[in-house]
Design a protein around this ligand. Structure first.
Ligand code: CO
Length: 213
């Protein structure tokens, strides 16, 4: 048996034993249902695991991850997750978490092709283009990419506020908060970049929906 593979099965047995040892009812309680307070939208990068970096347990966080933590309004996968999280699970916080040293963001700054992911990264090129003046001032490419990572997170927070799903929740008086974070791979620390609590802020009128008709 391949060692890398067997490690997972062994790890699982140990996990189940330890959890049951700490709390014999642990899995029984979890099996009754989930009521997470948070929706996490993060990068697929193996170094940014949602639960570990926030010190949360099974059942606390509903998770969606894709390359470079994007919120693309035509992405039915993400939109299904978002709708379910907001309307059924009734999460209180939606977190977009990017990370410094993001390969997806870095790749989007180049002219290389990587396959299908080029189309996905095209969305980040648009963020670059929008902030070109600021980004081109930064000579160091790692620093430029880290700044693009931050701008990209802020952009995705904005995209969430522009969805009908989130706006309807606000309209119905529900306090859904959107947070933009960036995680430092070399510090383990999260920096809070932006938070949006309601539709009073800087959502362009063209993205606002009317619910009172
Ligand atoms: Co990444």
């Amino acid at each position: 048996m391949d060692k890398a593979y067997q490690k997972l099965i062994d790890g699982n047995r140990r996990f189940a034993l330890e959890k049951k040892f700490d709390d014999p009812e642990y899995f029984k309680k979890l099996s009754l249902g989930q009521k997470p307070d948070y929706l996490w939208i993060g990068c697929s990068d193996s170094r940014v695991p949602a639960n570990e970096v926030t010190n949360t347990e099974s059942g606390e966080m509903f998770v969606h991850r894709n390359i470079a933590n994007m919120v693309v309004h035509t992405d039915f996968n993400l939109m299904s997750v978002l709708e379910y999280a907001v309307n059924v699970l009734e999460v209180k916080h939606i977190i977009v978490c990017g990370h410094y040293g993001c390969g997806g963001v870095r790749a989007a700054m180049t002219n290389k092709t990587y396959g299908l992911v080029d189309k996905w990264l095209r969305n980040i090129k648009d963020v670059f283009n929008k902030h070109r003046a600021e980004l081109e001032q930064i000579e160091d490419l790692d620093k430029r990419s880290d700044r693009l990572t931050e701008l990209n997170v802020i952009e995705q927070v904005q995209h969430l506020a522009e969805t009908k799903i989130v706006q309807k929740a606000w309209h119905d008086g529900r306090n859904v908060q959107i947070h933009g974070w960036v995680y430092g791979l070399n510090s383990g620390l999260i920096t809070e970049l932006k938070a949006v609590y309601d539709d009073k802020g800087d959502i362009d009128p063209i993205y606002r929906y009317d619910f009172d008709k």
